[in-house]
Design a protein around this ligand. Structure first.
Ligand code: PLP
Length: 470
C-alpha cells in the first residue's frame, strides 16, 4: 500500500467540496469533472434526498425533475423501500448462496409473471439495463441457433453501453470508437414496411425464416421521446410472429408506469417475446434489472439442466436487491402510481404546450406522455456559438447543446429545479420526475421554466458565462 491517505466511511461526511472534486479528478474521471463543471454541477453536494427533493449542503432544496434519468420512479429514499431493505438486513437474512434457491428471487419472478400478460413467465435478474439486453440477446440466439444469429434494431435506439448493447444502439455517439458486433441490421423506427422488407430479404430461399433471431425495440423511444405511428407495434408483432423472429421490447426506461402504463407496449395491447426492464424496478435503491420471457422461448433455450446455467451472473438474485424490487412493485400498485403518472402527465403536457405557444421563438417542440416530457429548444444561440467558442476555448462538447445547457444551468442555480439534457438530442430538456411528485411541485417546475425563458437569451447567456468564472 502506498503512503496515500486511507479514507474511511466517516471521511465522506468530512470531505470538503474541493477535496471531493480533486479526488474525482485524480481517481475517477477528469473529463467528467470538467463537463459537470460547465453546468456548475461539480460543486453541488447533496447532503440528503427525500421524495422529489435533493437537499444540498448549503440548505437549498432542489426539485428533482430528472428523477435520476428514470431510476427514481418512487422518488428518493421511499420509506417503504428503506424499510424493506432494513428488514432483510436487520433479520440477517441470507444475502447470497449460489448453492441454494432464493425465496426472494422466486417471489419476485412469480410477481413479474403475474404482472405481465400472456405467457411471459420466466425471469432472469441482473444488475443493469445493458446486462438485461445482453441476456435477452443471448436467449434469442440460443433459442434460434447460430444460423439465425442476426439482430435487428432501429435508428432511434439506445439499449446500453456494453459491446452488444452498443452495437444495437444507433444513438450511441461513441460507436465509431469500437468494433461493433457483426450481423446487426438497422431499420427506420416506426416503419413496419422496412422491417418486413428486411425480414424478406434475409430469408434464404424466399421462405419465412430469416437468418435473424430478434428485433429489439422500445415501444416509445425514451431517449429522444419519440412515438411510433399508431398500429406500428401491432404490425411489428404480426411480422415477428410470421417470420418467427423474437420481439424484444426494451422497457428499461419507460416501464413501470413512467408513460402512464405499467408497460408502454400496452399502448397497442401486444405481447413481446422478451421484455427487458430496470430503473424504477429497483425502487431507487437497488441496482436490479432483468428480463421476462415467454415460457416456450425460455424452455427451448435453457430448459434442460445442462443448459440451465448457460447464462448467469454472480450478483443475480441477491436477497436485498430482490426484496427491494418486490416492494417497489407493491408501492407502484398500492399507491396507484401508474394512473397518477397518466393524470399528472396530461396536466404537465398541457402546461408545457402552453409554454411552447408563449415562447415560439425559444421552444421548437414539446412532446411526451405520462411523466416523461421533453422540451426541445430552438438553437437560438447558434449565431453566438463561434463567439462563445473564442471566449471559452475547448468547451465544444457543451456547445453542441448550448441552449439546453444554459436553460438547464439556470433552472438549477436560480430556480432550484434539476432536469437533464436528452443526451443524444440537441437541446432537449427532459422532465422525468418521480411518479410520486405532486401537482404543485410540477407547477413549481413549469413556473421556473417560464421564468427562465422570459429572461431572454442575452441575459441567460451572460449569467451562464459569468458562472463559468465564479
Ligand atoms: C431504453 C434504455 N435501454 C437500456 C439502457 C441501459 O441501461 P443501463 O445504463 O442500466 O445499462 C438505458 C439507460 O438509460 C435505457 O434508457
Amino acid at each position: 500500500m502506498s503512503e496515500r491517505h486511507w479514507y474511511t466511511l466517516d471521511d465522506v461526511e468530512r470531505l470538503s467540496i474541493e477535496e471531493k472534486i480533486r479526488l474525482t479528478k485524480e481517481y475517477v474521471n477528469p473529463g467528467m469533472v470538467k463537463l459537470f463543471g460547465l453546468l456548475g454541477f461539480d460543486k453541488a453536494w447533496a447532503s440528503s434526498a427525500e421524495g422529489a427533493y435533493i437537499i444540498l449542503s448549503d440548505g437549498r432544496r432542489i426539485l428533482d425533475m430528472s428523477g435520476g434519468n428514470g431510476v427514481l420512479g418512487l422518488g428518493h429514499n421511499h420509506p417503504q423501500i428503506l424499510a424493506a431493505r432494513a428488514k432483510v438486513a436487520n433479520e440477517k437474512r441470507l444475502e447470497i448462496c449460489k448453492a441454494f434457491l432464493s425465496p426472494y428471487m422466486a417471489i419476485l419472478a412469480a410477481n413479474m409473471a403475474n404482472l405481465l400478460p400472456g405467457d411471459l413467465e420466466y425471469s432472469f435478474f441482473c444488475n443493469s439495463g445493458a446486462e438485461a439486453i445482453e441476456g435477452a440477446l443471448k436467449l434469442a440466439e440460443k433459442h434460434h441457433g447460430l444460423e439465425r444469429a442476426g439482430i435487428v434494431y432501429t435508428d432511434h435506439s439506445f439499449h446500453g453501453k456494453t459491446h452488444a448493447a452498443m452495437s444495437i444502439s444507433s444513438l450511441d455517439d461513441s460507436r465509431e470508437n469500437f468494433q461493433l458486433l457483426e450481423r446487426c441490421y438497422q431499420v427506420p423506427y416506426g416503419d413496419a414496411d422496412a422491417l418486413e422488407d428486411l425480414f424478406r430479404k434475409r430469408s434464404v430461399g424466399g421462405g419465412s425464416r430469416p437468418d435473424l433471431c430478434a428485433f429489439v425495440l422500445e415501444a416509445i423511444h425514451g431517449t429522444r421521446i419519440i412515438f411510433p405511428p399508431q398500429g406500428y407495434l401491432r404490425r411489428v408483432r404480426e411480422l415477428c410472429t410470421q417470420y418467427d423472429v423474437l420481439l424484444i421490447l426494451d422497457e428499461i426506461y419507460i416501464g413501470f408506469g413512467r408513460t402512464g402504463y405499467w408497460f408502454a407496449f400496452e399502448l397497442e395491447g401486444i405481447i413481446p417475446d422478451i421484455v427487458c426492464y430496470a430503473k424504477t424496478f429497483g425502487g431507487g435503491k437497488a441496482t436490479i434489472a432483468g428480463y421476462t420471457t415467454r415460457a416456450p422461448v425460455f424452455l427451448k433455450a435453457y430448459g434442460k439442466p445442462e443448459d440451465s446455467m448457460i447464462h448467469s451472473s454472480t450478483y443475480s438474485g441477491m436477497s436485498e436487491e430482490c426484496a427491494t424490487a418486490i416492494e417497489a412493485l407493491n408501492i407502484i400498485k398500492d399507491e396507484g402510481l401508474v394512473d397518477r403518472a397518466r393524470d399528472l402527465g396530461e396536466y404537465l403536457g398541457q402546461r408545457l404546450v402552453a409554454l411552447k405557444n408563449k415562447y415560439p421563438n425559444c421552444i421548437n417542440d414539446v412532446r411526451g406522455r405520462g411523466l416523461l416530457w421533453g422540451v426541445e429548444l430552438r438553437p437560438a444561440l447558434e449565431q453566438l456559438e463561434p463567439l462563445i467558442n473564442r471566449i471559452l476555448p475547448g468547451k465544444s462538447p457543451i456547445l453542441a447543446t448550448l441552449a439546453g445547457a444554459i436553460v438547464l444551468s439556470e433552472l438549477f442555480h436560480n430556480y432550484n429545479v434539476l432536469a437533464y439534457l436528452g443526451f443524444t438530442r440537441r437541446n432537449l430538456i427532459v422532465f422525468s420526475p418521480p411518479l410520486i411528485i405532486s401537482k404543485s411541485e410540477l407547477e413549481q417546475a413549469i413556473e421556473a421554466l417560464d421564468a427562465v425563458l422570459s429572461s431572454g437569451w442575452l441575459s441567460l447567456g451572460r449569467s451562464f458565462i459569468a458562472r463559468q468564472f465564479s
